[in-house]
Ligand binder design. Structure first.
Ligand code: NAD
Length: 257
């Protein structure tokens, strides 16, 4: 394998020649912001959180369990800030005029906070919630205090329905418009960078197969994925660090703005 520096240089070259890059990101993109992923050694599944905590049937049976877990997890998400990798992706659009699309499985909104202009959150976000009884939309912020107190968040006293965040649980459909836009972006991409995802959760994991044959695939993931064999460039280093270094190098090259 070429050295890390050589691979960073190659990534910079790919970013320099790309006009419509797509970034497909997962929970590993946010670990450097302090949010655990699912499947790493420090991830939620290896640390006492059952795989069914994000399962819709389990939520409907026992929402207290989901909110018990969420007290800490959603607290970490609320406290998290974008890291240099999130900012580097946003800079490609703002500083370098690239038509960047971020397709993210993350619910934490860190790409949006970093300023990326086009973010497609295929698994929803924590920004809004809804009442499971009357369907009313509720800003998640409004029920946050109840979650922090360890209470089951409920819609107002009249309805009293249990509130569920607008994130896609296992067993639920993905937002069709957002997923269709993600498919189109990948089909039109001239560079696809997959960062911080185990590529285990479908249908998001199938998106890279839609890229054109001439679209280079870059994978930045600390553990192996099923697509490593078809990657033009492979990093096992932290995604934030790799993206920050590649974009910093792009800044130093003449004629890229
Ligand atoms: P995953 O846990 O299955 O995989 C994360 C991958 O990222 C792992 O393969 C790991 O090796 C890699 N990784 C961890 N830190 C990294 C880093 N700094 N740089 C590069 N790679 C790193 O997560 P997934 O593939 O996103 O799928 C799980 C589901 O979990 C997704 O639907 C996602 O919505 C949800 N989730 C989201 C968050 C969040 O919003 N931050 C957090 C946990 C889980």
């Amino acid at each position: 394998m070429p050295t890390e520096t050589e691979r960073i240089h190659r990534l910079t070259d790919l970013l320099a020649s790309s006009r419509r890059p797509v970034f497909l990101t997962g929970a590993g993109m946010s670990t450097e912001s302090g949010i655990p992923d699912f499947r790493s050694a420090g991830g939620l599944y290896r640390n006492g959180v059952g795989e069914d905590v994000f399962d819709i049937r389990a939520f409907n049976r026992n929402p207290e369990r989901f909110y018990g877990f969420s007290q800490r997890f959603l607290g970490l998400i609320r406290a998290a800030r974008p890291h240099p990798g999130h900012l580097a992706i946003a800079a490609l659009a703002h500083e370098f005029g690239r038509r960047v699309t971020v397709v993210t499985q993350n619910i934490d909104m860190l790409h949006q906070e970093a300023g990326s202009p086009v973010v497609l959150p295929v698994h929803g976000t924590l920004a809004s919630s809804h009442c499971t009884r009357c369907g009313a939309t509720i800003a998640t912020e409004q029920v946050w205090a109840a979650v922090e107190r360890g209470e089951l968040p409920r819609h107002d006293v009249l309805c009293n329905g249990i509130v569920k965040p607008d994130i896609v649980f296992f067993g639920e459909l993905l937002p069709p418009d957002i997923f269709a836009a993600a498919e189109t972006a990948v089909r039109e991409a001239d560079l696809l960078v997959v960062a911080g995802t185990s590529l285990i959760v479908f249908p998001a994991a199938s998106l890279p197969t839609l890229r054109r044959p001439e679209c280079p695939l870059v994978i930045i993931n600390q553990s192996p994925t099923t697509l490593d064999g078809s990657a033009h460039l492979l990093f096992r280093e932290p995604a934030g660090k790799v993206l920050d270094q590649a974009v910093a190098r792009l800044r130093s090259l003449p004629g890229n703005r």
